[in-house]
Design a protein. Structure first.
Length: 326
């Protein structure tokens, strides 16, 4: 059994040179482990799974099958980027699964946050298992486990849900970045040629927008979350806040308020903006966003996002609030 403790002699990967040395070492290790056999990877499009995919593509090429499950809870443009980067640019063997209806039907009328998480996790396992069983000769399961996952959750990256696959599949794990911290993963991803908006993507919860569409998820309110989040990210990028603010996103609660649109009374949702900075996610401070920028974001969201008539800014640090709302 291999050790899950980071070697004390392992140097922190902080430069392109160190990243390239790590990549060469892992390419040799991956080829030695997998040989001429086949491997499978659940590719979410997050930095961890993307770096593992890029490593394996360089190491074993078409022996790797990547499965991207679109559950309808991703940010705007993310499924399309996964297909573009990995299938079109890197020529990966990528299976794209459109499971949007399947997930959203399961989540209909479910309001309790933990129950939503369990449904999303369990359904992901089922979809991924179905795709795995369609493939022949796969003996290895690659995962984007990183060192904090081991320290916090044990050796299996449970929040990616792959650890729940049935034992009869009998995959051997492949975890090439399991001794890296997140900042090191980003340096490696940059060295592998992944796009910056994938490498430096901000943290994103496993259930995705499912925990930012507060309460029971509806398709129209989920779309309001997705569109308002895209506007927020675009405006932060254009105004120098991308990379400066640790995490920023929008949530849409399950209630409405009166407003006025085109001279008539409206009854629509509010969008709540959250923007925080943190070192360890245990505590967080609220970013002091310029008021003129907040006004511009408000104008865009209320004009461009269907079903929204108010924009609010969450001023609560952690504690007493958490970073996410659910």
């Amino acid at each position: 059994m291999t050790s899950n403790r980071r070697p004390e002699s392992m140097e922190r990967i902080t430069t392109p040179e160190l990243a390239n040395a790590f990549i060469e070492e892992q390419l040799s290790a991956l080829r030695a482990q997998i040989g001429s056999k086949r491997a499978l990877l659940a590719l979410s499009g997050g930095v961890d799974s993307s770096v593992v995919a890029a490593l394996l593509i360089k190491a074993i090429g078409q022996q790797l099958t990547c499965v991207h499950v679109n559950h309808g809870l991703l940010r705007k443009g993310e499924p399309e980027q996964v297909v573009e980067v990995f299938r079109n640019q890197m020529k990966a063997n990528l299976v794209y699964v459109d499971a949007i209806d399947r997930f959203l039907d399961k989540l209909a009328n479910v309001a309790e946050p933990e129950q939503k998480r369990k449904i999303i996790g369990a359904e992901f396992i089922r979809v991924f298992e179905e795709e795995a069983r369609k493939l022949e000769g796969v003996e290895f399961l690659a995962q984007g486990t990183i060192y904090p996952d081991i320290l916090e959750s044990g050796p299996v990256k449970a929040h990616h849900n792959v650890g729940g696959l049935p034992e009869d599949l009998n995959f051997e794990l492949v975890e090439p970045i399991k001794f890296l911290f997140k900042d090191e993963v980003r340096v490696v991803g940059k060295a592998l040629g992944l796009p910056d908006n994938m490498v430096y993507r901000q943290p994103f919860p496993g259930p995705g927008l499912g925990v930012r569409c507060l309460g029971a998820i509806t398709r129209d309110r989920l779309e309001a979350v997705r569109e308002s989040d895209a506007i927020l990210r675009e405006e932060f990028a254009q105004n120098g806040l991308e990379g400066k603010v640790w995490q920023y996103f929008t949530v849409v609660p399950d209630f409405k308020s009166t407003g006025v649109r085109d001279g008539a009374r409206s009854y629509d949702w509010p969008v709540i903006i959250r923007a925080v900075n943190t070192r360890d996610a245990m505590t967080a401070t609220v970013e002091d966003v310029p008021f003129t920028l907040l006004q511009r974001i408000t104008q865009r969201i209320t004009a461009e996002v269907k079903g929204v008539n108010r924009v609010l800014y969450d001023l609560t640090p952690k504690p007493t609030g958490t970073i996410e709302w659910e």
